[in-house]
Design a binder for this molecule. Structure first.
Ligand code: GUN
Length: 289
């Protein structure tokens, strides 16, 4: 058996076409949807991610601005920038690319953002809303994962879902969304005693640990939907995921490629959240779209 590939790039392209129509409508009504991306320091991966996000904005008619701050920026400097963006009526979404340099506590930075502009869904207020089942913005990678699962037609109700990785960015919100969709969820992490014992039972397996090819074929249930969030370099310098892709193709029912899987969907969901934020802004002003 060969798994079906969930083509994140193609799915993102389709979704982006829908969002472009909504961006066009906003622009025509005099509301130019605006995203500010803040990147602090010189992490090469972060710079690439932010560049890709900015390009995607341009393609669908979202106005974007990149704010690059030096690696040694103080908390005061960062908070002053966020205050400015919070107050800027032309900015509907603010994104602070993670990870931050060591001197900056992520919580202090994230909670300074206006929750109404937190299109990454990482403000504690928005994470709390997600927990309570009243999400305002769902974090982009977990939202993209759910869209990919939906595209397979896979009914999550009553299924065993196993998430590997407990970050606030991916693992924890992904587990909550799977739970809300009716799956029985197990959240595994670096201290889980027997990881394979859990993963082998998974009808849906979400891997978000950032360890190259750590999930081997023998850890995958036959026919499972496998979502690979990791992206790292193999010994040969190739970009690979957390899952042994070749082995997953032999065992899984569906699998996401790396690259071209979760990454493009993360960006698509950021665009979606930014458009939604701009639409809410329009509604508050009584502007019909
Ligand atoms: N770093 C890696 N992925 C992400 C993301 O989706 N959002 C932010 N803010 N930082 C990231």
């Amino acid at each position: 058996m060969t798994a079906l590939i969930i083509d994140g790039k193609q799915l993102a392209q389709q979704r982006r076409a829908e969002w472009k129509l909504r961006a066009d409508r906003l622009n025509a009504a005099g509301i130019a949807p605006g995203l500010a991306a803040v990147v602090i320091g010189d992490d090469p991966a972060s710079k690439v991610y932010v560049r890709n996000k900015i390009r995607a904005c341009r393609e669908i008619g979202i106005r974007s601005e990149e704010h690059a701050l030096a690696a040694d920026s103080t908390l005061d400097i960062v908070l002053a920038l966020i205050d400015r963006l919070n107050a800027d009526a032309g900015i509907h979404g603010i994104l602070v690319q993670l990870p931050l340099p060591a001197q900056l506590a992520p919580l202090a930075v994230l909670e300074r953002m206006s929750p109404e502009k937190d299109v990454d869904g990482l403000h504690p207020h928005n994470l709390g809303r997600l927990l309570s089942g009243h999400a305002r913005f769902v974090p982009c990678t977990p939202a993209g994962i759910m869209e990919m699962l939906k595209s397979t037609g896979f009914d999550l109700r009553g299924k065993e879902a196993v998430v590997v990785g407990r970050s606030a960015l991916v693992g924890k919100p992904a587990a909550l969304l799977l739970l809300q969709a009716g799956a029985t969820v197990t959240l595994c992490h670096s201290q889980t005693a027997d990881l394979a014992h859990h993963t082998r039972r998974a009808d849906v397996l979400v891997c978000a640990i950032g360890k190259a090819q750590a999930i081997g074929g023998e850890m995958i249930k036959f026919g499972a939907a496998v979502i690979d969030v990791g992206i790292s370099r193999s010994h040969e310098g190739k970009l690979v995921g957390d899952v042994d892709y070749g082995a997953a193709l032999q065992r899984a029912g569906w699998v996401t490629p790396v690259p071209g899987g979760v990454g493009p969907m993360t960006i698509a969901m950021l665009l979606a959240n930014t458009i939604v934020s701009a639409e809410r802004h329009a509604a508050k002003q009584g502007i019909a779209l």
